[in-house]
Ligand binder design. Structure first.
Ligand SMILES: Nc1ncnc2c1ncn2[C@@H]1O[C@H](COP(=O)(O)OP(=O)(O)OP(=O)(O)O)[C@@H](O)[C@H]1O
Ligand SMILES: [Mn+2]
Length: 594
């Protein structure tokens, strides 16, 4: 009996030792190797669930930038993630020197325009004060002074064909700060609401949309901002049964969208900042519009409130109230006026039906993008890729209300898209509206420059929710987004990356990831040995990548091109470069990447 026990014990020990030696130890070794640094391939981390087979090889192909390696920035590294993001080479690419016509406005032209506006305002105020004195009405007249060095003027002057502002432009930070302190000298309905003249077709639930309670505020230095008051508490989610087109406009969504746009490096949203507005002193007492004054009332709780003039919503239960006078709101810096910088508003090809039961073609036709690709301006240039950027942005914020987009006339088809009006974003954090991504999933295209930034933001060292949280901390109305909204951003970012992954599996990287339109569309039309002049390049020797704006001799157009180059090429950066040469080198460095 005792011998039996001994045999059993000996057998078990033998089995355990064999298991330890042949199974457990090798497993531990593999695990250690996997989490170790055997492969120096960048982006080689596990931050993208379910992205094996796409993101790692894809990114390995694109860049061998050591600065992107986890080894350089361990996850727990302290310090500002936002600063680290903006210090990253991808966010420090030297912009090409601007050529004539690439700026939206010239200084002289803008100054003449504003001088005329200031004179008109002064004339108007003189007449208004005289009329008020005659009728024995006291008005609060605030001093107004135009300052050509004001940050809002600098913002207008800094708009180019590439973006609303440049990364390094200090005037945008200054403007955001200034807006919180500027004195309001006039308040009025916005132009589009004025066009409604108080009429509202109640058979159309959505359009026209004069019930949003947005106002335009003029400041003491002639800056103009659009004010959207707070209508919803931060923690409230849009109820399930509410259609997106009757959803509230959220002031915090406007603020968060500006910050997100900056973090994504799009720079297509005008600066927005939160501010506590005194609705009595800064709206009621400064407005000269009788209609606006007429919608103010005092609530039973003695708070000053106002409601929209639209008949459909002219009910006091839809009013917003100060507490008793102060009300949170978003203030968005106005773009230069339409008479000096005309813009065109274009229906979004992926527009939704603004009725209870309607359906648009794209919702039922999986080949819808093929049709769009044939139509001008989506059949050439960057327009369709810009629409896809916008769809990604809207998917991240959960905005289903992108019925139109605007572009500056001056920049023609190659201009960037303005992402105005993001107030219907951030309505639901617990739900991701996949249909917003339709332009990406149906067209299966994405700019390489957008994708690399999204991938960077999916890494723990630059996690989107972390950098955005930090950025939003700069706003006076912080916290702007609740934690679930921030977490939703990370989840949605991975959804975008997975959508790209599926496209690449189906169609191949060449077709899906567009080097800002050079590789798949333009190159085949070019003669074999077409040369391209690099206007500006930013090489980060040790990082081995650069972005160049090249002027193509054949088409005389500029492109931003992301390429992988060896460190030794940096001294060639001002030499004319052969396109096919770039691609050869690109391929060569891809091969050695991992
Ligand atoms: N920062 C800005 N500068 C200049 N114009 C702006 C700005 N923001 C918005 N606008 C203009 O005002 C219009 C209405 O603004 P917005 O879309 O934010 O309000 P809305 O009430 O939601 O209107 P709609 O329902 O038509 O979208 C925009 O289409 C745009 O032309
Ligand atoms: Mn809108």
């Amino acid at each position: 009996m005792r011998r039996d026990r001994l045999v059993i014990a000996a057998t078990l020990t033998a089995i355990f030792s064999a298991d330890l030696y042949f199974v457990l130890i090798p497993k531990l070794r593999t695990f250690r190797n996997a989490s170790g640094h055997l492969c120096s391939c960048p982006f080689n981390d596990s931050t993208l669930p379910g992205t094996q087979g796409l993101v790692q090889p894809m990114l390995a192909n694109w860049t061998s930038a050591p600065s992107l390696q986890s080894a350089t920035y361990p996850e727990e590294e302290s310090g500002s993630k936002l600063e680290r993001l903006f210090a990253h080479p991808l966010y420090n690419i030297q912009a090409p020197a601007l050529e004539a016509g690439e700026k939206l406005l010239e200084v002289g032209q803008l100054m003449d325009y504003y001088e005329k506006k200031v004179l008109r305002w002064e004339r108007h105020m003189k007449l208004y004060s005289e009329a008020a004195a005659l009728s024995n009405v006291t008005i609060t007249a605030h001093e107004a002074l135009f300052d050509p060095d004001a940050s809002w003027v600098k913002f207008h002057l800094g708009i180019t064909r590439y973006a609303l502002y440049s990364r390094e432009d200090p005037s945008v930070q200054r403007l955001v700060h200034d807006i919180t302190a500027m004195k309001v000298i006039n308040a009025d309905y916005t132009q589009d609401e004025k066009a409604l003249k108080g009429a509202c077709d109640c058979s159309e639930v959505v359009k026209p949309s004069g019930h949003h309670l947005k106002l335009s505020l003029k400041m003491h230095n002639f800056a103009k901002v659009m004010f959207k008051p707070m209508r919803q508490q931060r923690h409230e989610e849009t109820p399930e049964d509410v259609f997106y087109f009757v959803d509230f406009q959220r002031h915090n969504a406007e603020i968060a969208a500006f910050h997100l746009d900056r973090v994504l490096d799009f720079r297509r949203v005008p600066p927005v900042v939160g501010r506590l507005v005194n609705v009595t002193a800064e709206i009621l007492q400064v407005t000269q519009n009788e209609d606006l004054r007429a919608v103010f009332f005092t609530s039973p709780a003695n708070n000053t409130c106002f409601f929209a003039k639209c008949l459909y919503m002219c009910k006091t239960e839809y009013a917003v109230c100060g507490g008793p006078d102060l009300l949170e709101g978003s203030l968005s810096a106005y773009l230069p006026g339409l008479s000096i910088a005309p813009r065109v508003s274009i229906p979004n090809p992926w527009i939704r039906s603004y009725s209870f039961s309607g359906r648009e073609e794209w919702e039922g036709n999986p080949f819808y993008c093929d049709t769009i690709k044939q139509i001008h301006p989506y059949n050439t240039g960057n327009r369709l890729l810009n629409i896809i950027d916008m769809a990604i942005f809207d998917f991240l914020i959960g905005n289903m209300d992108r019925h139109h987009y605007e572009v500056f006339n001056k920049f023609g088809d190659e201009g960037f898209l303005l992402h105005l009006d993001n107030a219907r974003g951030f309505g639901k954090h617990s739900q991701d509206e996949l249909s917003i991504l339709a332009p990406l999933t149906q067209c299966c295209m994405i700019k390489r420059s957008t994708l690399v930034r999204l991938q960077l933001l999916s890494r723990p060292q630059y996690r989107l929710s972390d950098v955005l949280r930090e950025s939003l901390e700069l706003d006076p109305l912080r916290p702007i987004l609740t934690p679930p909204h921030l977490q939703a951003l990370d989840r949605r970012l991975h959804t975008v990356l997975r959508a790209v992954q599926r496209c690449v599996r189906r169609l191949g990287q060449e077709q899906v990831v567009t080097t800002d339109f050079i590789s798949s569309t333009l190159r085949p039309q070019l003669p074999q040995q077409t040369t391209a002049q690099i206007k500006a390049a930013s090489f980060h020797g040790e990082h081995e990548y650069g972005v160049m704006s090249i002027k193509n001799n054949h088409t005389r157009r500029n492109f931003v091109l992301l390429v992988t180059l060896g460190a030794s090429n940096s001294e060639n950066s001002t030499e004319p470069v052969d396109l096919s040469d770039i691609n050869e080198r690109h391929v060569a460095s891809q091969a050695k990447a991992c």
